[in-house]
Each structure stands twice: as C-alpha cells, then as structure tokens.
Write a protein that binds this ligand. Sequence first.
Ligand code: 2AM
Length: 172
Amino acid sequence: MNSPHLRLFFALPCPPQLAAQIATWRDSLGIEGQPVMPADLHVTLAFLGQQPLDKLPLLERMAAGLQIARFHLQLDQLQQWHSGLLVLTPSQPPEALLHLQRELQRHLLAAGLPVDARPFRPHLTLLRRGHTRIVPAEPCFAWTAEEWGLLASEPRSVSSRYRLLQAWPLLR
Ligand code: 2AM
C-alpha cells in the first residue's frame, strides 16, 4: 500500500495584515483570473512536491537548524509571467533572503531531496490564469520577514489551498 504523501514547500507566509492590503490592491486592478486567497499569499523558497509523511521530522530538523537573520523585502514590481501568472517581485531581493534560499537548497540536496535547478526568482503570486495585458502600476509593499515555514499544498475544488505545518523565526 502507498504511504500517505503531502505536497510540500518551504515559503515565507505573507503576514495577515500585509496580505489583506495586497489582496485589496490586487482586486482594485480589476484583472480577471483566479485570485490567490489572502491567507495563501507567500513567497516560495523551495518546492518539494509530493513527499511521504515520514520525511516531515527530517525536514523540520533541517529547518530548525538554519539560523537566518530577519530582513526587509520591498515588493515593488508587478509582472506577468508564463500562463497568466500575475506576480509581485522585489526589484532588489535582500541578501538574507537569497542566503536563506541557498542554505535551504544546500541542506535539501545533502539530504537527497529534490531541488529546483532553475535560478531563484522570488515572487508572490497574486493571480493565476490572469487575462490581461500588464496594467501600469507602481506597487510598494514593505514586508519585514520574521518567519518562514513548511507548507502543504492541498487541492480544493477551484484551486489549491496552503496549510502552514510549522514555522521558524528569523533572528533579530
Ligand atoms: P507559483 O506561485 O509560481 O505557482 C505551491 O504550489 C507553491 O510552490 C507556489 O507558490 C508555486 O509557485 C511553487 N512552485 C514552485 N515550483 C512548483 C512546481 N513545480 N509545481 C507547483 N508549484 C511550484
């Protein structure tokens, strides 16, 4: 019998107050598509795909061992990517964010877990299957990243929802 699996990824979950502001702004743009719910807004650090539940203790131990300083993230660009993905990105990703992603990737590789070979392009997905030419916009969302976490992506009738399994603080 197959063991139970979860579709896992590490991410920076967007703080609720900022997520509400971003979602209100996104909705005001009037772009058709499948909006990501405010509670699901995040920046992915590493996507692991389907993993057996018994990998969770290893992943949690690995994450708990990473000591990374908190950082400020300025989401200041609105971009349209492949297949109607509308995203917010930082024009200047902070070094601590890049460091966190690199360290995570290094530990995942060492543990024989899958890593994405493509360059890291930090982004927060606002909308999927968007129908628009890009609208002129000058977003300016300041985010102090104080924690990161392991999330499970769970299929729902319309789109996936994301469940935070565990979070780890970024250091002061
Ligand atoms: P996206 O926002 O650009 O779609 C959960 O699916 C999160 O993991 C999403 O933020 C998604 O990015 C990201 N992700 C990265 N690689 C993925 C992949 N191969 N399949 C699905 N999601 C992926």
